[in-house]
Design a protein around this ligand. Structure first.
Ligand code: B3K
Ligand code: ZN
Length: 895
């Protein structure tokens, strides 16, 4: 009865086919007995038919070996059920019954990292979305919620720690050196939130007193060697618990909250009820090994998973089409938390940068889908930037349209109305409507239309009438699911800048009595394809500050002059738009350089001076937050520049951007040098926003200096590398050195890379950073270097973090080398990627499918490149037995 044959490719699931389950599972009792090489799972499931009894009941099950099966204690004979590689069908089940099954599974051989598997010495689970079916036969769908009792047993020496969801209710020794623990989760839950951990783990423990006075035990389980890296996650957890009480009125609901860190994990972390499982990269942090970005990521992910306890666990999804119900909302919640913990504008700028490079590209590509998709082949492919980041933007727009008081009323209503239920995005929006009285009918189009709307804005100033009008047109390009888009409801936050500052605003149809207190700011609500907004009593022709705070996930076109952009960069009261003006100015400058590159005149190209003038004034303004300053001085990434081009020329982008960067670096060298030399690399490290800000600006300055370094600059860099007491500064110096084209620097870089590895070889998370730096280093020859890294003892082709650090980073973050290959074979980068995908596809299809992304963009590249990329996609498509995960992405990309 072995049932592990591959699943056939290409079956599409549609939202319109959703039907409620015919049975529920009231109670789930599991005995999981772990032995070396094999595990036995005994499941006792209490089924209850919901309405009309169907002829047959099919349970999901994959890679299970069925050993025993009984209904109400009576063994079934082979005419009463059927078992195949997709599941188990019971013919004629009774209305109410207990099904007992016993299966054998092989966690040690489970390389998909889904279901029960072994990561180094730890047995752990990952069930979302459809991994529970690899543990036992079940109704593996989120609208079946059950009471779980889990008894785990294992060898006491190998696995002294045995964990599952909820509270521990029993435990003790067994014969043969084994022991057991029994856990009961008092909250009904879908099986995707099930978790189990067994291994030799050390723990850090703390306590939290909830607002209503209950004591909660907090535990973080890690390998003994990592005990010194848990403090930051623990304090982030406590901050998140307090924040959710204060901002959303949500308390934790069990006596214990556990986090377990494992090395082999397909994503960042998982919100299993009471027992979160984390990728070590998202929980471990200490100054010597973790960069500031790493500290912030730990804080954000710990909070994200914790917040799921309400937005996801207490109120869960009816089906997987509703994924953004929990993910979009929870990303919005964690972003607001991080904004409150650090700098709000910095957090916003960072998130928007991700959204409009990566999510916009997704929305313009073959995998584009609405935040509530209408169909999918493999749900694992839909844990996307669209579901997460665009989903969060949609919740952000709702929060802004409702205002803080009504939004809080709405979330209270949502949590109270649907506590313990599995619901849809419709119900989320309904709560928003009911609490605020607003009609959100048109707004709901954000849930079922994909694509990034483009706003074209024109304006007119009538000096005589003192009237200023803004005309905004919206259009959304066709996406695979829909060619003709209906108009979106788009909030456009804005203000107007005059010579002396922000102008008072009055729209023609506003009465003087209802002008808001802050009269320099408005949110225009665009609901038509084209709308004109007229402002009266405007004394001069203003510069419009549009889409403040990035108030909607759209692209915005307005013909700003460089002088307008300089005005906004220096004087806008909206921090985000100051940053945005810098980006636009830099983009225009880089686009000039790209033109020069294409005309073969890049060497003589001198950039327009506005950019450097603005940067200089910003650097001299001591009132600016240093982290904001660093972001404003950061040229748009190559990915963002690419996203702004109709046809992408990665070579022109790289060299043009580099030329502008080198120009900025040399023009402002004195100011940059001052920043770097004034910094004491031995000052005490704190992972707090003002310190992070200082480091980010100083390291941005070092990066600029090291583009064309003087001997003094090189010395500053080496000094920082040698004396840094934290990974942020150490990695920044190493990066600047390694990516520097100067010959002396290159020699130093080789030694520095070797020394760095020797120093950190026992810290896998630092080694990952070391690998990633080499993979993204743009200096020619990267593909050969990457191929050598795959042979390095530090590389492990089964570990997702290592795969990401080398292969993903090379293919996504080193566009110059990925797209130019080697001297003899310009398509070598594409072939390399296809080979890596093929090697990985049968082992870990989820990770393999994710690697395909850069190839899916083939239509955006010029003739030869695009065709060479397409060829590799075709090669994947022709591979017999390709996983459903990869098949979906490849087939949709070729269509
Ligand atoms: N909910 C999980 C993601 C699960 C991905 C499964 N392929 C982590 C998170 O978003 O919090
Ligand atoms: Zn999540």
């Amino acid at each position: 009865m072995n049932s592990s044959e591959p699943v056939p490719s290409g079956k599409t699931v549609y939202l319109k086919d959703y039907a409620p389950p015919s049975y529920i599972i009231e109670k789930t009792e599991l005995d999981v007995d772990i032995y070396k090489g094999e595990t036995f799972v005994l499941a006792r499931l209490q089924f209850q038919c919901l309405d009309e009894r169907p002829q047959a009941l099919t349970l999901d099950g994959e890679a299970l070996e069925l050993l025993d099966i009984a209904i109400d204690g009576k063994a079934l004979d082979s005419t009463q059920y059927r078992c195949d590689h997709r599941g188990l069908t019971l013919h004629n089940p009774p209305e109410r019954f207990v099904l007992t099954t016993r299966v054998r599974i092989l966690p040690e051989q489970n390389t998909s990292l889904e279901g029960l598997y072994r990561s180094r010495t730890i047995y752990c689970t990952q069930c979302e979305a459809e991994g529970f079916r690899k543990i036992t036969y079940y109704l593996d769908r989120p609208d079946v919620m059950s009471d779980f009792i889990t008894r785990v047993s294992a060898d006491k020496n190998e696995c002294p720690i045995l964990l599952s969801n909820g509270n521990k209710i029993d435990g003790g020794d067994l014969d043969g050196g084994r022991h057991f623990a029994t856990w009961h989760d008092p909250h009904k839950k879908p099986c995707y939130l099930f978790a189990l951990v067994a291994g030799d783990l050390a723990k850090v423990e703390d306590r939290f007193r909830t607002a209503s006075g209950r004591e909660v035990t907090l535990q973080i389980f890690v390998e003994e060697k990592d005990l010194d890296k848990c403090d930051h996650a623990m304090s982030s957890l406590k901050n998140a618990m307090r924040w959710d009480e204060q901002v959303y009125g949500r308390e934790y609901d069990l006596d214990i909250f556990m986090i377990v860190a494992v090395d082999d994990f397909n994503m960042g972390a998982m919100e299993n009820k009471g027992l979160n499982i984390f990728n070590t990269s998202c929980v471990l942090a200490k100054p010597e090994t973790t960069t500031d970005a790493g500290f912030q990521r730990v804080e954000g992910v710990v909070a994200h998973e914790y917040f799921h306890n309400w937005s996801g666990n207490r109120v869960t999804c009816r089906d997987w089409f509703q994924l953004s119900l929990k993910e979009g909302f929870t990303v919005f919640r964690d972003a607001e938390f991080s904004a409150d913990m650090g700098s709000r504008t910095v957090k916003r700028v960072e998130d928007v940068a991700v959204l409009r490079t990566l999510q916009f590209a997704e929305d313009a590509g073959p995998m584009a889908h609405p935040i509530r998709p209408a169909s999918y082949m493999e749900i694992s492919n839909f844990y996307t930037l669209t579901i997460y980041e665009k989903g969060a933007e949609v919740v952000r727009m709702l929060a802004n349209l409702l205002g803080p008081a009504d939004f809080r009323k709405a979330t209270d209503l949502y949590f109270e109305r649907h506590d313990g239920q599995a619901v849809t995005t419709e119900e989320f929006v309904q709560a928003m409507e009911d609490a605020s009285g607003r009609d959100l009918t048109q707004f709901k189009r954000w849930y079922n239309q994909a694509g990034t709307p483009r706003l074209s804005v024109t304006d007119e100033y009538d000096q005589e009438q003192r009237r200023y009008s803004l005309t905004i047109r919206q259009s959304t390009p066709a996406t695979p699911e829909c060619a003709e888009k209906l108009a979106f409801h788009i909030p456009v936050a804005m203000g107007l800048l005059g010579e002396a500052g922000e102008l008072a605003l009055k729209l023609a149809d506003e009465s003087l009595d209802d002008l808001p207190e802050d009269n320099t700011h408005r949110v225009l609500e665009l609901t038509e394809t084209e709308q004109t907004f007229v402002f009266t009593d405007i004394p001069e022709k203003p510069v419009p500050s549009l889409l403040r705070g990035f108030s909607a996930p759209v692209k915005l076109d307005y013909q700003y002059s460089r002088a307008d952009l300089a005005t906004l960069a220096l004087h806008d009261s909206d921090g985000f738009n100051r940053y945005e003006a810098c980006q636009k100015l830099a983009l225009a400058t880089i686009q000039d350089a790209m033109l020069a590159y294409q005309q073969d005149t890049l060497a003589e190209f001198v950039p327009d001076s506005t950019l450097v003038q603005v940067y200089r004034l910003l650097l001299e303004d001591n009132s600016l937050d240093q982290a904001m300053l660093a972001l404003m001085l950061n040229l748009p990434s190559e990915a963002y520049i690419a996203e702004e081009q109709e046809v992408i020329d990665p070579v022109a982008i790289h060299f043009a951007r580099r030329q502008v960067a080198a120009y900025v670096g040399s023009e402002l060298a004195e100011l940059f040098r001052l920043r770097v030399s004034a910094y004491d690399p031995t000052r005490e490290y704190r992972a707090q926003s003002d310190d992070i800000a200082l480091r980010s600006m100083k390291n941005a300055a070092l990066g600029y200096l090291m583009l064309l370094p003087t001997a003094e600059d090189l010395h500053l860099c080496l000094n920082q590398l040698a004396r840094a007491n934290n990974m942020t500064d150490e990695m920044a110096a190493l990066t600047a050195l390694v990516c520097c084209e100067d010959n002396t620097a290159q020699e130093q870089a080789r030694d520095a890379l070797t020394a760095f590895y020797q120093k950190w070889q026992d810290e896998p998370l630092v080694v990952n950073q070391w690998l990633a730096l080499q993979a993204r280093n743009p200096i020619p020859g990267a593909l050969e270097r990457v191929q050598a890294l795959l042979q390095h003892p530090a590389y492990d082709g089964n570990n997702p973090n290592k795969i990401r650090s080398v292969i993903s980073v090379f293919c996504n973050n080193n566009p110059l080398n990925f797209h130019t290959g080697t001297a003899d074979e310009p398509d070598a980068g594409y072939r390399f990627l296809a080979e890596q995908i093929l090697q990985l596809d049968s082992k870990n299809p989820q990770i393999a499918a994710r690697l395909i992304t850069p190839l899916t963009r083939w239509r955006r590249y010029t003739g030869d490149r695009g065709q060479a990329m397409r060829l590799q996609l075709q090669r994947l498509a022709d591979q017999p037995g390709l996983s459903p995960d990869s098949y979906e992405i490849v087939s949709k990309s070729l269509n």
